[in-house]
Design a protein around this ligand. Structure first.
Ligand code: BMA
Length: 755
């Protein structure tokens, strides 16, 4: 019996033979712990927090009951229950003013009944008599604000609405103890929360998954000491971001005019930009205080290392994040004022306790890509000069360290060739054959092969995939026996089986190739609700990133991998590591950060966790999918330097550190080439430069031409292929059998890794 034979059947057997672990208490606790570590304490005037749980509270705002656990689309998860902030407080026996909860439940239900999604509802008008009664019930008010966004559309709700401002006016005039809580997966304008001194405290609870409300409640009453840090710059207005101006300039393209200056790289470098910042990248408070001291440093040809002693100098236990930033010298290549070089998080430290963290600045990862040949053409270089290092998570207040790296001469850390950048005259309409449109697919039904209960290869003398697994034949010998049609079939997605709702791959039972199913969603294993099986809903990726804790990411990944495996699925279509280029992007909740190093390291830890179960991940969406409007045709026009240093860097870190089984190419066009037809990025960079050994799948129902995808290095077309078109291309000689075999071997190679 080969390891992956379970895929040949569709049992959803308890993984360890006993009770099911999908959405088990242990996994739900992992979800809560991740949410607790991702909470970001933004303000705490007069140390009003933590609250005394014995004192009653009045909760204001629809979001106090209408908690948004995550975003919409393929990133949504069907979980057994969801705890709002009100639920979380009541679970901890905190008395909350019930008539307000009733009011908000009624008001939001009336809108939900008209198909207005939670988080998109209008903030109801607060009746004065209810406010008065609430004031008689409690002397502390908690105001909760939420947002919702999802796949396929972009946001337009960065600003606080008039109704929300009116609510805050009323409550802050009636109460002199006011806490604000933000339930949003994306960046919003936090300036009022920071600058209104009638709002005493503010806690960001993001979209914390099924236990996000409980996590936030535990933090408000001090059972948890918030230790999260922002993974994005929060600016005063959406127009503060340089990437807003051109964001909707066209539905056909986006000009990445800002180059590498995204997020804090912009706000820390461009004169005057910092004034626009409300809360900077890496910002986050605690109920305790910490002291950091660099006790040692070390340099060799690859890295600069720092030993940092962190001490809890406050009165309650807590965890601290330490960031390491580098400031490269000005030279022939322009540089950001700061770049995150590494980060680490302490375990929980008791008051007075210390621990030692080691931070490493990899010289390659802090190099600049010399696109213009100012120093060394198409190389990553460290220019001559003095490199300063800054310690602290908050990019604005990180302190200068005494150790400096001095380079007498420029250092080339990687010699490459130009790939992926804009090429004059190339635009997406240059491609024949890709006039494929969705309507042509509507009539297309994927090849449906019934998966027999019993494999029938026994009747035929063929080599099977098990023979390859057992070393009885080589992969080349196995693939050589397949017909052109069978080969081509393997490069297309396969019909859905079991609890999956997003198709599979493989499915050639005559040769012992199982139909391996996939499942979405970076916030949990998304399976068909009609199965009656619910799964754990983890915090959204942005919140997971705000933990700055790789161990937490690894734990979430491992738990998700267990649920994937127990439900007889093989590849999780996660993590999604596109850069938060602009807050308007509707899917940012599924992505990690404006910084590629933080995103890459956190996502790599998650992938390790998943794949420790011998199941796979699909790191998406490769690449430059930073906008949802017209996502299948919009051309991301980006310099090669920004492509490499910002938009590909998180993928590079994940590929090199965690070896994901698969990558998912994105819908959009990149510098005139469809991402799934882009040989520069999919073969030249992903494979030839980074050494990626898995396979690349396309995103679902893209507008690309399959034979071009195979030639570029996109091996599997999801959710189904166009075998007759690939066959036609084969007969036309624009693709060869060897090209198709290459993709098939990659796909089968991953199936052999599954267990
Ligand atoms: C696409 C994208 C992917 C997702 C896939 C399968 O539309 O949203 O992120 O994995 O569908 O649902």
């Amino acid at each position: 019996m080969v390891k992956w034979s379970r895929f040949l059947y569709t049992p959803s057997l308890p993984l360890y033979g006993k009770e099911r672990i999908t959405a088990c208490d242990r996994h739900i606790e992992v979800a809560r712990l991740a949410a607790e570590e991702g909470l970001v304490l933004l303000k705490n005037d007069g140390n009003i927090l933590p609250l005394d749980p014995a004192k009653p509270l009045a909760l204001f705002g629809k979001a106090s009951v209408e908690y948004v656990k995550g975003g919409g689309g393929s990133g949504d998860v069907f979980c057994p229950y969801i705890h709002s902030l009100a639920d979380g407080l009541q679970l901890n026996n905190v008395k909350v003013f019930e008539p307000l909860l009733d009011y908000y439940n009624k008001e939001t239900k009336a809108q939900h009944d008209k198909d207005v999604k939670p988080g998109l509802t209008t903030e109801p008008e607060l009746p004065d008599d209810l406010l008065k009664e609430a004031r008689g019930f409690a002397d502390t008010a908690v105001i909760v604000i939420n947002r919702f966004s999802g796949e396929g559309w972009d946001r337009s709700d960065y600003a606080i609405t008039d109704a929300e401002n009116k609510l805050m006016d009323k409550v802050t005039n009636a109460f002199d103890r006011v806490i604000a809580v933000i339930n949003s997966g994306g960046v919003i304008d936090l300036s009022r929360f920071k600058e209104d001194n009638k709002i005493n405290a503010c806690l960001h609870m993001w979209q914390g998954g099924m236990e996000g409300g409980l996590a936030a409640a535990r933090a408000l009453i001090g059972l948890v000491n918030p230790s999260g840090k922002l993974s994005d710059t929060h600016a005063r207005s959406i127009d503060s971001y340089p990437t807003t101006k051109g964001f909707h300039e066209s539905e056909e393209y986006v000009e990445y005019n800002e180059g590498i200056y995204v997020g804090y790289r912009h706000f820390e470098t461009v004169p005057g930009a910092r004034e626009q910042v409300v809360y900077p990248f890496g910002y986050g408070m605690s109920y305790t205080t910490f002291k950091r001291e660099c006790t040692d440093s070390f340099e060799d040809e690859k890295l600069v290392a720092f030993t940092v002693k962190v001490t809890n100098t406050g009165k309650v236990p807590g965890k601290e994040v330490v960031g390491l930033y580098v400031k490269a010298p000005a030279g022939k290549i322009d540089k950001p004022a700061r770049v995150l070089a590494d980060f680490a998080k302490t375990p929980e430290l008791a008051p007075g306790a210390s621990c030692v963290l080691n931070l490493y600045s990899d010289k390659y990862l802090i190099s600049s890509y010399d696109e213009a040949g100012a120093v060394a053409d198409a190389c990553y270089v460290l220019e001559a000069g003095t490199y300063e290092f800054y310690l602290g998570s908050n990019v604005e207040t990180a302190e200068l360290l005494s150790y400096r790296m001095e380079l007498k001469d420029a250092l080339i850390t990687s010699k490459l060739t130009h790939k992926g950048g804009p090429k004059p005259g190339v635009n997406k309409d240059d491609c024949a054959f890709d006039k494929l449109s969705n309507d042509e697919m509507d009539g297309f039904s994927p090849i449906v092969r019934e998966v027999p209960r019993k494999l029938c290869w026994a009747e035929k003398k063929v080599k099977t995939l098990s023979d390859v697994a057992e070393g009885k034949c080589t992969m080349d010998e196995f693939v050589a026996q397949l017909s052109d049609d069978d080969l081509i079939s393997l490069t297309g997605g396969q019909p859905i089986t079991g609890v999956s709702n997003v198709w599979g791959f493989g499915n050639l039972p005559d040769y012992g190739i199982p139909n391996v199913q996939c499942a979405d969603g970076p916030a949990g294993i998304r399976i068909r609700p009609e199965t009656g099986v619910t799964t754990t809903a983890f915090p959204c990726s942005t919140m997971l990133c705000c933990t700055w804790n790789r161990d937490i990411a690894r734990a979430v990944g491992f738990a998700a991998g267990e649920e994937l495996k127990e439900n007889n699925l093989g590849v999780w279509l996660a993590p999604a590591v596109n850069i938060h280029r602009n807050p308007l992007c509707g899917r940012n909740f599924e992505y990690y950060s404006e910084d590629p190093y933080l995103a890459g390291k956190m996502a790599a830890a998650l992938v390790e966790g998943v794949q420790n179960n011998h199941v796979g991940t699909s790191v998406k969406h490769f690449c430059c999918n930073n906008k949802e409007t017209n996502r299948k045709n919009s051309d991301s026009r980006v310099s090669e330097r920004a492509l490499r240093e910002v938009y590909l860097k998180a993928f590079e870190i994940v590929v090199k550190e965690a070896k994901p089984y698969t990558i998912m190419s994105s819908y959009n066009v990149v510098n005139g080439h469809r991402a799934s037809e882009n040989k520069d990025t999919l073969t030249g960079i992903l494979r030839d430069e980074w050494g990626f050994e898995g396979f690349v799948m396309s995103d679902w129902w893209n507008f690309a031409e399959q034979y071009k995808e195979i030639l570029a290095g996109n091996d599997l077309k999801m959710p189904c292929g166009f075998p007759e078109r690939v066959k036609e291309a084969l007969e036309m000689g624009v693709i060869t059998r060897a090209d198709i075999e290459r993709s098939v071997k990659r796909i089968l190679g991953i199936i052999l890794k599954l267990d």
